[in-house]
Design a protein around this ligand. Structure first.
Ligand code: FAD
Length: 584
């Protein structure tokens, strides 16, 4: 069997025998389409036999027979319908594969540009240049299918945050000139890891900001809009104004939703009445203002249920505040309490002893299984749900962290898992049901710590795997779950938590330089002086510092295997012409 990958979700092949179906299933194919009428040639396995073999291997099957050299618009519409309904990836076949690639191309024309279609066919070894006018006509709205849309790209990235920009840069590093579009509604890009230091009086908030056009890699097409709908079955996204954008591969990185309304009264009182949060750019300076102003009374710091972005950030804010009060000699007059919806100070036990040392030093009261449910700014009270019922605390300062969920646009999309995150394989970051979709960053379902540090490692993995998908190869790069949380236990010292899936410690530095389980000055220097430039000038530029992806040895595609054989053998007398629509 000679299976030629055209797109991540589609491949073609010459005539199959019943024995080829199992091979196709083993390569991940989930449905087979036969484009050949029965009885066309003596060498032909009847479609019913292929259908029976497909059923035996658990594959779907569809017969969309087309006469050689006479592919009509009705045939293209029937193929489009089959592709929309069948599970992907689909393997379509005819005598040489040419009718199948022609049908696929015509079916794609309303949503992909003619050059993109011709390039995909060319990549699979088919010259469809004779079809260009017809593809153009269908793309312009002639023929069956949805209304015309010419704006399709090789890769569409949703979200211009840490994950979207880093992936765009890593993609273009690997393949300069690739047609990449980034859809992002905001005109500014934030370095959120800096907000803890803004709230701690170390950074000015302007240090954490760049204009979006400054971080957008050269060569990227920026689309200033928000995605309102993911339509992976049509390989497109729909913008808020209804415009549709098609893709050959999608990278979904829109971040997560800070659910301020998940705590009654919180939104109304944020920024007033002593209520603040480092989770907002505008609010982090207010944290430092409150810390400087508080001379006595009670300060509450809260943490919502997991998962949240930067799980250490709620307590980082607290330690820096306590350190500032200690230096001013006020800590003895301030009662500090950490109220955590979870049951542990930090999810990876190796870092807890060093943190507990600071909890004791600052005299912090710990309350686990306390979930913030309401804030009343005027009476300065916060209410918590606990296993023993609701409790209310008065406060003079409240640092609140909101519950966090998948974005609404993700939750209602076919990309979402049961919990509302973009479902991905934890290792390849590829969507399990839509092979042309990848997800990373805070939005995705991988069970890593949601951090920019994780994104630094994920982006090269996604870039590798997207390039593989565009070439019709399976994913080859693997993400190990790395995430990092620099816990600012005092001004000048950090406990640098670095860990992967299952809480496995993954230190980046030798322990003589930075022992992550202990507070060190070197880790503070890293956080304050090194990581911001690493973010702006390396991660967002495709310079993959300490982030080279693990690449699996690739099995050659049938195409490559054949090419390799051609290379080893004496050159044929005449080059074999590429199958053409006109040739079959
Ligand atoms: P984001 O950076 O949030 O970007 C998402 C982007 O998608 C945004 O630009 C948004 O406008 C866009 N978007 C949203 N909806 C749509 C839509 N419908 N269509 C198109 N675009 C859309 N990480 C660390 O590594 N170390 C730290 O010390 C650290 N500290 C932190 C402290 C705080 C207070 C906070 C809040 C975060 C911290 N993080 C830290 C976490 C880190 O900032 C995030 O994990 C990281 O920014 C995630 O990147 P992302 O691209 O997935 O999401």
């Amino acid at each position: 069997m000679e299976m030629r990958h055209v797109a991540p979700d589609f491949a073609v092949s010459p005539q199959l025998g019943a024995g080829d179906v199992g091979l196709a299933a083993a390569q991940g194919v989930r449905a087979i389409v036969c484009n050949r009428p029965d009885g066309e040639g003596d060498d032909q396995t009847p479609s019913a036999e292929i259908a029976a073999a497909a059923k035996a291997h658990g594959l779907a099957f569809r017969h969309v027979p087309v006469r050689s050299g006479a592919v009509t618009d009705a045939d293209a519409a029937a193929m489009a319908e089959a592709l929309a309904e069948l599970p992907a990836p689909v393997l379509a076949y005819c005598r040489t594969g040419a009718r199948s690639i022609t049908l696929w191309s015509l079916a794609q024309a309303p949503r992909l540009s003619t050059p993109a279609i011709l390039a995909a066919a060319e990549g699979a070894g088919y010259d469809l240049s004779g079809l260009a006018d017809r593809l153009d006509a269908r793309g312009a709205g002639v023929g069956a299918g949805p209304p015309a849309r010419r704006n399709a790209h090789d890769v569409v990235i949703v979200g211009g945050g840490a994950a979207g920009i880093a992936t765009a840069a890593s993609l273009l590093k690997r393949r300069p000139g690739l047609d990449v579009a980034v859809i992002e509604p905001q005109d500014v890009h934030h370095y959120q890891p800096g907000w803890t230091l803004v709230g701690g009086g170390v950074f000015d908030r302007r240090d954490t900001l760049r204009a979006m056009h400054q971080v957008m890699p050269a060569g990227v097409r920026r689309i200033r809009a928000a995605v309102a709908e993911f339509a992976p079955e049509r390989s497109e996204v729909v913008l808020e104004d209804g415009e549709r954008i098609g893709y050959r591969a999608l990278v979904a990185a829109p971040g997560l939703k800070l659910d301020w309304d998940g705590v009654e009264g919180l939104r109304e009182t944020l920024g007033r009445n002593g209520v603040t949060s480092n989770y907002l750019f505008d609010m982090a300076p207010y944290t430092w203002e409150l810390v400087q102003g508080l001379r006595g009374g009670r300060a509450l710091f809260t943490q919502p249920p997991m998962p949240i972005k930067c799980a250490g950030a709620p307590q980082k804010a607290m330690y820096l505040a306590c350190d500032a009060w200690r230096r001013k000699g006020r800590l003895g007059s301030i009662e500090v309490e950490f109220l955590n919806a979870g049951g542990a100070l930090f999810g990876v036990s190796e870092y807890v002893p060093a943190l507990m040392e600071y909890v004791r030093r600052y005299g912090i009261a710990l309350s686990f299984e306390h979930r913030l449910v309401a804030v009343d700014g005027s009476s300065k009270t916060a209410t918590f749900e606990t296993p023993d019922g609701r409790v209310t605390r008065e406060f003079d300062m409240l640092h609140a962290v909101p519950p966090q969920t998948g974005l609404d646009v993700v939750r209602r999309s076919p990309l979402a898992d049961a919990k509302g995150w973009i479902e991905v394989s934890p290792e390849t970051l590829q969507h399990p049901r839509y092979g042309d979709v990848f997800g990373l960053g805070d939005a995705c379902s991988a069970p890593n710590a949601k951090t920019a540090a994780a994104v630094r490692k994920q982006a090269p993995v996604v870039a590798e795997n997207v390039v593989a998908a565009l070439d019709g190869r399976p994913p080859c790069a693997i993400y190990d779950g790395y995430g990092s949380c620099p816990l600012t236990v005092e001004r000048g010292r950090i406990v640098l938590a670095e860990f992967g899936y299952g809480g496995a410690l993954k230190p980046s530095f030798p322990s003589w330089l930075i022992d992550g389980t202990k507070p060190t000055r070197a880790a503070w220097f890293l956080k304050e002086k090194l990581l911001p430039p690493v973010y702006w000038h390396a991660m967002l530029k495709g310079r993959e510092w300490l982030a080279a992806p693990t690449i699996l040895p690739a099995a050659p595609t049938p195409h490559e295997a054949r090419d390799a054989c051609d290379f080893a053998e004496p050159a044929p007398a005449a080059a074999e012409p590429k199958p053409s629509v006109l040739a079959e």
